[in-house]
Design a protein around this ligand. Sequence first.
Ligand code: UDX
Ligand code: ADP
Length: 456
Amino acid sequence: MSNILCIGAGYVGGPTMAMIAKNCPEHKITVVDINQERIDCWNSDDLPIYEPGLLDVVRLARGRNLFFQTDVAQAITDAEIIFVSVNTPTKMFGEGAGKAADLQFWEKTARDILDNCRKPNVIVVEKSTLPVRTAEAMAKIFQLGKSSTKFSVVSNPEFLAEGTAIEDLTNPDRVLIGGEQNEIGRKAAETVAELYAHWVPRENILLTNVWSSELSKLVANAMLAQRVSSINSISALCERTEADIEEVSKAIGMDTRIGAKFLEASIGFGGSCFSKDILHLSYLCEYYGLPEAADYWASVVHINEWQINRFFQKILHEQFYTLAGKTITMLGFAFKQDTGDTRDSPAIQLCKKLLGEHAKVRIHDPKALENARIDLKEMQGDVSFEEDVYKALEGAHVLALVTQWAEYRELDFERIYNKMVKPAFVFDGRNHLEHEKLFEIGFNVFPLGKVPLKQV
Ligand code: UDX
Ligand code: ADP
């Protein structure tokens, strides 16, 4: 039996440790966080994050071999394997502002480990997304400290996507473990591999060197985001040429060399990883003297911002360039369906632009209203939050679909149309709704990358 600790009980740490606890009942897993409120939620049935299927997994292991607490120092004392999944947001000040990773939480954690560990051998597993070479920096902090503990730093990036975390953790395409290329490093990587081997087939557990592992995480996200920006750029071309983006996505996705996933045009990608990781990648390229490569990756983020703005401009244009006093209802605020997470959601930018035009913005989201309130609390303007989707649309001039929640497809659009201001407009930022049906009801419908359906 090992004492396994995870520092950081967020979107990554919580679900990942719950899954390890479920599958490795012989090990004791403790998850710590400095945020008392978060830990209280993990200890209740009102989990701090919405993730389908997560509560069942937590319930199964909590109190058996899975524990949530706030005493970080005490928990470090007993730990033999320490996963670090604290936040590494984009740095907003000083050198590298707006691009580099802000490593203050991460470095504090390294120092906490150094000051409190008591076991002779400790494996530190880097789970946060960090720019390459930070495992090395972490190893240096440990070496320079006075601790008699022997540390081995392993990189084990997490590839789960929010909304499908449990499925992704249960059947991961691969588990990536980067270890130092010496005997201790290989042994440490193998120890971590053994945990996953409880439920992941061995051939899906990939052992690499530390830097390849770290870089692979950034590159995987950058490549996925690049596909979204690529298809979004083509959605604009479709709108000019009367080609249909869904037909184009299908046609190119059937080429097995391209593949069908991540080709859905959207208002823009969001989430805590994509922009942040691409900006890190771009910063790394710049740092290592590769400005052309840096520009190439940065352009993926630029296209994303452009796409969000394009969506806004379309609304503005169709409303005769005047939104002042008009009610715009945003359906969805989360960055994607099946999560309450709003980090970097395109909804935030859209809302800001609408409020800048003095529109009245009403927001509905089945799971993200609380986060939306926090995101918008400093924003000036007429913004309200509505739990009832029909009320949210009463008297609205525009329905702007931002998040592809399944329930939005099932709404009674006749009822909605009757209560909206006429002419009623739908702007579908996800091509999620049934456009022909809406048009027949009487809406003016503006999809992405398709010919709009206008009543006159
Ligand atoms: C991503 C990676 O998929 C995951 O491997 C990594 O661990 C974390 O970052 P996540 O951000 O949770 O996961 O969600 P993801 O499903 O990748 O979607 C990211 C964004 O791209 C969302 O805003 C989504 O709506 C958007 N997207 C995705 C599109 O706009 N079109 C698509 O075709 C796919
Ligand atoms: P992610 O999506 O990467 O999991 P989150 O922001 O959801 O990111 O989670 C990171 C968690 O790490 C937060 O709950 C935060 O309170 C916690 N955290 C940050 N610094 C520390 C620290 N030094 N010790 C313990 N927990 C920390």
